[in-house]
Ligand binder design. Structure first.
Ligand code: ATP
Length: 237
């Protein structure tokens, strides 16, 4: 199992500083929510954890070892995977082929087939549609494929960027249930970036609130659901 510590990370886009020194931790087997408004720095944080954005300063420690100098392909090998915002599927490839893209670093056919079984078990709709072109699926089904693709590298830390965005409520709750099951049955840690703060806080063990490139609050999901600032800013209470 993996513990990931994010220590005081600063990230730039050109001259613009997007993260000003963000720190938090993901303990093994937890669901961790990152909430906050548009542009607060949540997606940038996931990209930095995945090795898709370089740190200007700060560090990332996986089980006590520094990993911020490694490439994204190496991080996949270390058990980190990202399902990106906007899904980014290949619409003209089949669902099965899209899933296999996520397994391209996995040498063992037995491991690929084990991961595929798990994806199909959690998302029966994906199994039903495995021969269909990904672009012909509904938004919610495509989101399931995107999460499934990230699962295909058999990660220990699965990062999900906005899995509920633009998806019908019924499918959102199917996806939320599948994520919970995955976490409970396999012990995989999940980092959940969500605009839907209520859903994310209900689902999470630990949560962090981002604002303008900083973490401004943290606590258990339940604590933040009861926090007056969070209620006013994100829960419409
Ligand atoms: P959203 O939910 O809208 O994705 P977010 O909390 O994930 O919001 P980020 O996308 O991480 O926020 O954005 C953090 C800051 O970095 C914002 O000020 C944003 O404008 C800036 N930013 C993000 N991507 C880029 C980019 N490719 N080039 C320049 N600036 C960027």
């Amino acid at each position: 199992m993996r513990t990931l510590e994010v220590k005081d990370i600063v990230v730039h886009y050109g001259l613009v500083e997007a993260l000003h020194g963000v720190s938090f931790r993901i303990d093994a087997g937890r669901i961790v929510a990152l909430i906050g408004s548009n542009g607060a720095g949540k997606s940038t944080t996931l990209k930095a954890l995945m090795g898709l954005k370089k740190l200007t300063s700060g560090s990332l420690m996986l089980d006590g070892h520094r990993i911020d100098g490694t490439h994204s392909a190496q991080r996949v090998g270390m058990g980190i995977a990202l399902s990106p915002e906007g899904r980014r599927l290949f619409p003209r490839m089949s669902v099965w082929e899209n899933l296999m893209v996520g397994a391209h670093t996995v040498g063992s056919a037995a491991r690929r087939s084990q991961s595929l079984d798990l994806v199909y078990e959690l998302f029966p709709r994906v199994k039903e549609r495995c021969q269909q072109m990904a672009g012909s699926l509904s938004g919610g089904e495509q989101q399931m494929v995107a999460i499934g693709r990230a699962m295909m590298s058999s990660p220990q830390i699965l990062m999900l960027d906005e899995p509920s965005l633009g998806i019908a409520p019924k499918i959102v709750s199917e996806i939320a249930q599948a994520i919970r099951r995955l976490n409970q049955e396999t012990g995989i840690s999940v980092i959940l970036v969500e605009q839907n703060a209520r859903l994310a806080l209900k689902m999470s063990d630990d949560a962090y609130v981002f604002e303008q490139g900083l973490v401004i609050r943290s606590g258990s999901g339940q604590e933040l659901l009861n926090d007056v600032f969070v209620q006013k800013a994100f829960l419409g209470i």
